[in-house]
Design a protein around this ligand. Structure first.
Ligand SMILES: [Zn+2]
Length: 175
């Protein structure tokens, strides 16, 4: 597992007024964070951190794709992501976050960007995500359609569980 060390910015070590920031995020990034929503992706992050008087200003563009489950056929799909992250960072007595203002403990003066970047990507994933028309898993779609037809004709269905799980179970049996 790759370390997330590279995402830690030592604020006191920033000498220039503007420091470029760039990362390539891959599956290892998501594996290292070990979050639930997004496990895989490929994204380019670039921007800069600007040192001002009394604060730092971070601006990052985030572009690429993440892998999420299609709501319709349950296969994995590439969800394009194009978003940006803007933060104002100050040094203070203790760590705090309020909207886009981050206060970092002045003794450490370390800003860990990994979580902020992840969170911004997760926010950019639309609530509904489905394949482009025609790209869904045909076999799965047929099974799902048969099941929803069977269910609607069977008003006395005993098992009140998500029909998609039944469909999944049948696929497993077939294999
Ligand atoms: Zn699909």
């Amino acid at each position: 597992m790759r370390s997330l060390e590279q995402f830690k910015i030592d604020l006191k070590a920033l000498t220039d007024e503007v420091t470029p920031v760039a990362y390539e995020l891959d599956d290892q990034f998501f594996a290292a964070l070990d979050e639930v929503e997004i496990k895989q992706g490929s994204l380019h992050v670039s921007g800069s951190i600007r040192k001002a008087v009394g604060f730092y200003e971070l601006q990052l563009d985030i572009d690429g794709t993440v892998k999420v489950t299609c709501d319709r056929c349950l296969d994995m799909m590439d969800q394009p992501i194009a978003t940006d992250l803007e933060l104002v960072v100050k040094l203070g007595d203790e760590y705090s976050e309020q909207d886009e203002l981050i206060v970092v403990d002045e003794n450490e003066a370390m800003l860990d960007l990994s979580w902020f970047i992840y969170e911004q990507i997760a926010l950019a994933v639309p609530i509904q995500h489905v394949h482009q028309p025609g790209d869904c898993n045909d076999a799965m779609m047929r099974v799902l359609e048969e099941h929803s037809a069977a269910r609607s004709s069977d008003a006395d269905a005993k098992e009140d569980i998500d029909p998609r799980w039944n469909a999944l179970r049948e696929l497993k049996i077939e294999n």
